[in-house]
Write a protein that binds this ligand. Structure first.
Ligand SMILES: Cc1ncc(COP(=O)(O)O)c(C=O)c1O
Length: 400
């Protein structure tokens, strides 16, 4: 009899993690791999956040934490929601978890009954569907097409909602497309949701601060206050403050829901590392100028990669408003053969041949639920981006 639960059998290993692993294997063999697969800022954690963790450790802040977050961090999160999103919450409406990922995991475990449907605008972050399945729910993909800027169209959302729908997930700026949602677009999504009072909304705002060309981020609970009682607003410090390794995410929402999420939090971790909470408090309360400074750098990188790739025959690249990803369409290369003799039938063939022959790691669109595309993360140096783009261009040029 297998030791593995049925629950786990439906859950796959993240494709971006698998590609990062492939790149590491090649690197271990002495090959210089350009890794454009990882969704991780290449900047350091702000020094004042590191300092705060150090001070907390020396001061003896090393005991079990409260299950839902320290009072100091919750207060900083409340200030953050007011400052950035004009949303009011009190401490009983906040839970802190081990990364945004754990927030979503806990929320789904706390709320999904077998067969509950979760509407996921797609392309989408690889983990959403797996987390939903893990919790017994059924992911329902709503396509957000390239022709409409990978945005969620209200009519497509409306069509996806059934009497079994429990949740709608929103993630704009989006991983993997970088598509963002204007206030008017968010208002039309909200209008659909007002017609469906039994559906909850989880908004993953982790890329909130990564928007370019004066794009104004907005979040649904603020755009439509009548939805406030049905929205779980999720955010974290990983992407904005380059704190991926510290593992801290948080969410805010109606008390009853938050108390259920907190209950799961207590069972599967018992609260988040005290030093991480001290660092996150300092990041959220400290100087915020670095957000704009870093966004300006990401924007330069986006423009650079867009320019390079739009010259490549066979690729078509949408201009994203946020996050740090590009999602080029590679349909123009389907049916061709790489210089190394690989027939390119799918985006999986494309990214595998690219990493093996030209040593550039990217991720296939299939992993995000929409083909034929591939995801490039530009959260890396200009030097690596230049080399990566040159190799991609060569790889495509060499196909016949
Ligand atoms: C859309 C999205 N949400 C959540 C996360 C997870 O963030 P965290 O590091 O806080 O778990 C990621 C990470 O790649 C992401 O892309």
């Amino acid at each position: 009899m297998s030791a593995i639960s049925d629950r786990l059998k439906n859950v796959s290993i993240s494709a971006s993690a698998a590609m990062t692993q492939r790149a590491r294997e090649l690197a271990a063999n002495g090959i210089k791999v350009i890794s454009l697969s990882s969704g991780e800022p290449d900047f350091p954690t702000p020094a004042h956040a590191i300092e705060a963790a150090h001070v907390a450790a020396l001061a003896g802040d090393t005991k079990y934490p409260p299950m839902d977050g320290t009072p100091a961090l919750k207060a900083a999160i409340i200030r953050k929601f007011k400052r950035d999103n004009n949303l009011d919450y009190d401490a009983s409406q906040i839970v802190v978890s081990g990364g945004g990922k754990q927030v979503i995991f806990n929320a789904m475990l706390a709320t999904c009954n077998p067969g509950d449907e979760v509407v996921i605008p797609t392309p989408s972050w690889v983990s959403y569907a797996d987390i939903v399945k893990f919790a017994g729910g059924v992911p329902v993909a709503v396509p957000c097409h390239e022709q409409t800027g990978f945005k969620l169209r209200p009519e497509d959302l409306e069509a996806a909602i059934t009497p079994r729908t429990k949740w709608l997930f929103l993630n704009f700026p989006n991983n993997p497309t970088g598509a963002a949602c204007s206030r008017a677009e968010m208002a039309s999504i909200a209008e659909v949701m007002l017609r469906h009072p039994n559906v909850w909304i989880m908004t993953d705002d982790i890329y909130e601060h990564l928007v370019y060309d004066d794009f104004q981020f907005c979040t649904i609970a603020e755009v439509e206050p009548r939805l406030y009682e049905r929205v779980l607003t999720m955010n974290g410090v990983s992407k904005a403050y380059a704190m991926t390794g510290w593992r801290l995410g948080f969410c805010a929402g109606p008390k009853e829901l938050i108390s259920a999420v907190s209950n799961v939090n207590g069972q599967n971790g018992g609260g988040i590392a005290t030093l991480t909470q001290a660092a996150a408090t300092a990041a959220l309360d400290g100087p915020q100028d670095l957000l704009k400074e870093r966004a300006a750098i990401y924007k330069e990188r986006r423009d650079f990669v867009l320019d390079r790739l739009s010259e490549v025959e066979g690729l078509r690249c949408h201009r994203p408003d946020g996050a740090f990803y590009l999602y080029p369409n590679m349909s123009g290369l389907i049916g061709k053969t790489s210089k190394g003799g690989r027939k390119i039938e799918t985006d999986v063939d494309f990214v595998m041949a690219l990493v093996d022959e030209h040593h550039v790691a990217t991720v296939q669109g299939a992993a995000y639920g929409m083909s034929p595309f591939f995801r490039i993360s530009y959260a890396t140096s200009m030097e690596k981006l230049g080399e990566g783009c040159a190799r991609i261009a060569q790889f495509c040029r060499d196909m016949c």
